[in-house]
Write a protein that binds this ligand. Structure first.
Ligand code: CA
Length: 448
């Protein structure tokens, strides 16, 4: 975290404090952009020494980063890491927000000078900031980060654990906000396992729901779920004690801006079918289909086999799958069986030096038990999170049309240039994608 109060030069004469105008917010950090920033300083014949502030990533990413950092500070446990607590203090972030609010709002150099001279910075820092401002491009509006509800069957396979770790990594780096983590699987260890992972990533407060209707109940054949539930902290003792997933969805969707929520489903479509069938309630006067149509931006679904085939997530609860996919009012991006089955991850994770990681434990326990996993586990669910966060550009091509779900749980596909459905086709070389995914699966939470 950069901090221009730490410069060696004395502050300029104090002027009356000014209230910064409102505008976008941006997160400063010292590391990744530093080289680029210093090159910029050289190009502008400025001395690249002294207190340097730099930005990480694009403006939307930086904006998202700041948002997440604020959330992390709220969640930070006092005393765990006093140095980190200090470095990321609320005060430090608050003034950085104000600096960039000013930058985004005002193009008047005098205003900026007046503000900084009176408040925090010396002249050298100020010059750096102004040059930096030019790099960022103040006319670019900050984009909202994806707000994601993760819907998982976590149990019969463990790529769900990799996907959830990926998602937490995205939230920690400011690229996504997690709204909820719900189960489509009624097995008693699913919600406790989700709770273990959420707690490990310091997000134990995330809403967890599960089906209250009939639905599949499937455990982990490799006994990784009982292993992590026995070993790691969590509060939820059984899946049956959590809220109805439909209620979780309705409560969250009703409070979100229109067309703002991304749902990433990596399990059965039980909850989404139930959601579409839901009636108006205390949370919203809209029925389920209307609520989804109004609030959901897109559904990213690891389900199906394209252009045709029979895939687990669809056929396990084929009645729900058929209803959900035929009645979904908006865009759906499918990442099919044929995508994840070629992307292998987990071996680097197992070899990583981190201790006491439930994510590592799941892969460490499970991979040796299956000869087919000797090169790593197939990574279906992680690709859904990748698309939910990053979109498809650069990673996949897309085919537009309509999925047809048959009563036996198999699916077909009809190409249609006006269709609301898309399935993805691998574009990035699979080895590169595996590396991209596993790097994020190996993310360690703050302070661990
Ligand atoms: Ca799954």
């Amino acid at each position: 975290m950069g901090n221009c109060t730490g410069g060696s030069n004395p502050p300029l004469s104090a002027k009356p404090k000014q209230t910064p105008p409102s505008g976008g917010v941006v997160y400063f950090t010292e590391d990744p952009m530093k080289a680029r920033f210093q090159k910029g300083l050289r190009d502008n014949k400025q001395n690249p020494t002294g207190s340097v502030l730099a930005l990480q990533g694009s403006l939307p990413e930086i904006t998202a980063g700041l948002h997440t950092l604020k959330l992390q500070i709220k969640q930070m446990r006092p005393g765990r890491n006093p140095r980190r607590d200090h470095e990321r203090s609320e005060q430090s972030i608050a003034w950085q927000i104000n600096i960039f609010k000013l930058f985004l709002k005002s193009t008047a150099t005098k205003d900026i000078f007046d503000y900084f001279q009176g408040k925090y910075c010396n002249m050298k820092s100020l010059l750096h900031l102004i040059i930096l401002f030019l790099f960022v491009g103040c006319s670019q509006p900050p984009a909202d980060i994806p707000k994601i509800i993760f819907d998982t069957d976590l149990g019969p396979d463990y790529d769900d654990v990799g996907a959830l770790a990926f998602l937490h990594a995205m939230a920690d780096s400011g690229k996504a906000e997690i709204l909820a983590t719900v189960s489509s699987n009624k097995h008693e260890l699913v919600a406790p396992s989700i709770d273990v992972i959420n707690t490990y990533f310091n997000r134990e407060e995330l809403p967890v729901g599960a089906p209250k209707t009939t639905g599949a109940s499937m455990g982990s054949g490799q006994h990784w779920a009982d292993s992590i539930v026995a070993k790691y902290p969590h509060k939820i003792k059984s899946t049956e004690e959590v809220a109805d997933a439909v209620e979780v969805y309705r409560k969250i969707l009703s409070t979100q801006p229109d067309k703002s929520v991304t749902i990433a489903t990596v399990g059965f479509l039980t909850n989404l079918s139930n959601l579409l069938k839901s009636a108006p309630d205390n949370y919203s006067p809209l029925n389920g289909q209307e609520l989804v149509g109004k609030k959901v931006k897109r559904l990213v679904s690891m389900a199906g086999w394209f252009p045709e085939g029979k895939e687990f997530n669809i056929y396990i609860d084929s009645v729900s799958s058929k209803y959900a996919l035929e009645n979904w009012p908006g865009e759906i991006i499918f990442t099919g069986f044929e995508i994840g089955s070629k992307i292998f991850t987990g071996l680097k994770l197992i070899e990583s030096p981190v201790d006491n990681s439930p994510v590592k434990d799941v892969f460490r326990i499970s991979i040796p038990l299956s000869p087919e996993d000797k090169n790593g586990r197939m990574s279906w669910d992680e690709t859904a999170v990748l698309i939910a966060v990053y979109g498809t550009d650069g990673f996949f091509d897309t085919v537009r049309g309509k999925i047809i779900v048959k009563s036996d749980g198999s699916n077909e596909w009809i190409n249609d240039p006006a269709g609301r459905h898309y399935f993805v086709v691998q574009k990035m070389p699979v080895n590169e994608m595996a590396e991209f995914i596993e790097e994020r699966m190996m993310h360690n939470p703050q302070g661990k």
